[in-house]
Ligand binder design. Sequence first.
Ligand code: IVH
Length: 649
Amino acid sequence: MLDKPTLTDAAYDKLFRELQALERDHPELRDEDSPTARVGAEVGESHLTKHTHLVPMASLDNAFDEAELAEWDARLRKLVGDAVDADGYCCELKIDGAAVSLTYRDGTLAVGATRGNGTVGEDVTANLRTIADIPRHLDGTGWPAEIEIRGEIYMTFDGFERMNEERVRAGEDVFTNPRNSAAGALRQKDPRESAKKPLRFYGYAFAVPGTDALPFATQWELLETLASWGIPVAPHRKACPTLDAVHEWARSVEQVIRAELPFAIDGGVVKVNRLALQSELGVVGGRVPRWAVARKFAPDIAETILLDIEVQVGRTGALTPRAVLAPVEVGGATINYATLHNFELVAEKDLRIGDAVQVKRAGEVIPQILGPIPARRTGEERVVQVPTHCPVCGTAAVRDEEEVASYCPNVACAGRRIEALAHFASRDGMDIRGLSYQRLEQLIAAGLVKDAADLYTLTVEQVLTLERFAEKSAEQLVAAIAASRAQPLARLLNALGIRHVGAESAKLLARSFGSMDALAQATVEEIEALHGVGHTIAESVHDWAHDPAVRDLVARLAAAGVRMDEPRAVAADGVFKGMKIVLTGTLPTLSRGQATELVENAGGKVTSSVSKATDLVVAGAEAGSKLEKAEQLGITVIDEAELLRRLGA
Ligand code: IVH
């Protein structure tokens, strides 16, 4: 398959450079089909239409250490001299995802395409439209009539892990790294499939037709401008006046920042900051620009010993193995554990406790075991047993014939707690901003929270007793939890983590039954009668709804004021019926998605730009030009609290 590489990136880079050197020494061997003559993936036979980029999307040369970076710098100084020193360099993270170009016409997203072979990509507009990071309309002002914004589609480790967990549950193959799964998700036939994937976007470049004047003179300003237009720009960028400063930035990314990032990078990108100098330096051989270079980091594969295999309990009770490793440094961070997804994989790789193993920081942070090194076996290694009991509560494990995982059937199992709560609060669940895994760990450790219902009784005073909370953050957390009470039933059902029920089935169930009560009273046959719900899901939902522990939890959630029904598709009599509403700035507790959902459920339409036709503007922190415009036009501006008040939430 196209998105499943057979070589590691490091091995590919090495071969590629050998080939480049060979072709340099023996030009007669050069071939137009050589990988050195290509940029990225070829556009193969496909279901997608082609899209020709305004300006070809280039690729980058690599510098593997400081010396190679210095060589790059020396080469460009030969051409433009010390002009580089005026604005220095712009350093950015090299996001490890799939490159795309977004064409905006008059500020509106018109076409989105993959990079393809650099000149021609594939039109994936419908799929890109499902990504919340990509604005349909640019904010602010000053954008040229037609522009292509380039950037990277990526997945966070968290999103990637959760997606893989879902895949394991559904009996599907797991993806090996976030980049491949992002690339695959982007090319899905059905945008609804892409929409289910946790895809994100960061912008970093820009192309305009002809010689249109640009509203910025440096790469640094370009990034700032993109951000002001509502395009997400990657963190940890830095304008460096000297090459020494660039080296220092790269060291800090490699040694410190990389391990803390929630997404994968495959190095840094160093760019000559002044755009006029960039055009002067130009592109070599149609493939790579002289003005930018990828600063790659130390290889991320190492050898260590598999000390043990622990059993972890997931939120749905799935018992999954986790490798305990003799601490080893890989790619700048010490790793102690690796994920193993399921016991079948352990058997497939023939991993034994005591084995020497090769580990890789797949996409930088989540370490993975590539496999054992059998030649190093002493005979003392132990074969791993599939667990027969839950390691936390001791309940006998259940094994579904169709499934790879065995699981703990006890809904009240403490081992399931944190995972279940993290899922409850997640973006696809109740979407509670700021309720991170770490914070849940703190809340659980302090005995403040045992299950989802406990969240709704938390007080600011209680949260303040925890470390790393200040008055403001505690208030925000409690407010964000309170706001989630208004989430529709579909989200609640997904958030509660019913086995076999994902976001889509949860929506279907919520829309069909309308309320928790109706769902709880439904028979297996009634549930199964829904189009798109099979027997497995129906049985699982029915068992869940009749579990006394579940009934108790749901009753406590209802008593805490959590919404237990699904709003009608469009509320004909909603408070915002027929109104055009603009959301701008960051709201204190609601995410943009939540606010949009609330407005739509109340019959309103969320539009992106403020005009005379706008009825209402909801403004949060750092609301910029839209707020100004609303004030000029005399349009009513309200804050989140007022929005919630009007919604009766
Ligand atoms: S600049 C001519 N900036 O890396 C400039 N690329 O190996 C080319 N990438 O195709 C792109 N993060 O997919 C640039 N901050 C960044 C990047 C970045 C990731 C990717 C991009 C490019 C590939 C080149």
